[in-house]
Ligand binder design. Structure first.
Ligand code: MG
Length: 170
């Protein structure tokens, strides 16, 4: 059984991961309506990954004989001015999530909860990857600028992303 502090912190993270899923789904819908099907696909896959993160935490809570409390998901933005604008918001969001995961890790350490700390290792590595991927996309979109052909190619590239359950969530 988990301590109340760890249980509460993990439940808060479930909500944060679901908010992330909702945030990226909103971006996916926005870009679909802008005619950028590839960018919409990329954000849809991103949203699915966030749901997998939430489910990983839920499964862990259950396995530790703890309570899962699904609370309401706060509203998300619905509009972005450009791909660059959305990607910058994505990077800022992922940096916030990295901070949350680090705080969660610190709580597990304080509580001497080594199993939770071990489970969180996957999330720690995932955040490094998330930030790096988004930075790479920002670099590309900065090179492209307003070039229509470039945006067409970028959209096509993002259309190729296929969802697979992250290894640490299986
Ligand atoms: Mg996540």
């Amino acid at each position: 059984m988990l301590s109340n502090k760890v249980e509460e912190a993990l439940n808060a993270q479930v909500n944060a991961e679901m908010w992330s899923a909702y945030f990226y789904l909103s971006m996916s819908c926005h870009f679909a309506s802008e005619g950028l099907a590839g960018v919409a696909n990329w954000y849809n896959v991103q949203s699915q990954e966030e749901q997998a993160h939430a489910l990983k935490l839920i499964k862990y809570l259950v396995s530790r004989n703890s309570r899962v409390n699904l609370s309401s998901i706060a509203d998300v933005p619905t509009k972005w001015n450009s791909i660059k604008d959305a990607l910058n918001a994505t990077l800022a969001h992922e940096q916030r999530v990295t901070g949350m995961i680090n705080n969660l890790y610190a709580v597990a350490e304080e509580e001497k909860d080594y199993a939770t700390r071990e489970m969180l290792n996957g999330f720690i590595s995932e955040q490094v990857e998330e930030e790096d991927t988004v930075r790479g996309l920002i670099d590309k979109i900065n090179l492209i600028g307003e070039d229509g052909t470039g945006i067409y190619q970028f959209d096509k590239e993002l259309a190729a992303r296929v969802y697979t359950t992250p290894a640490f969530c299986k």
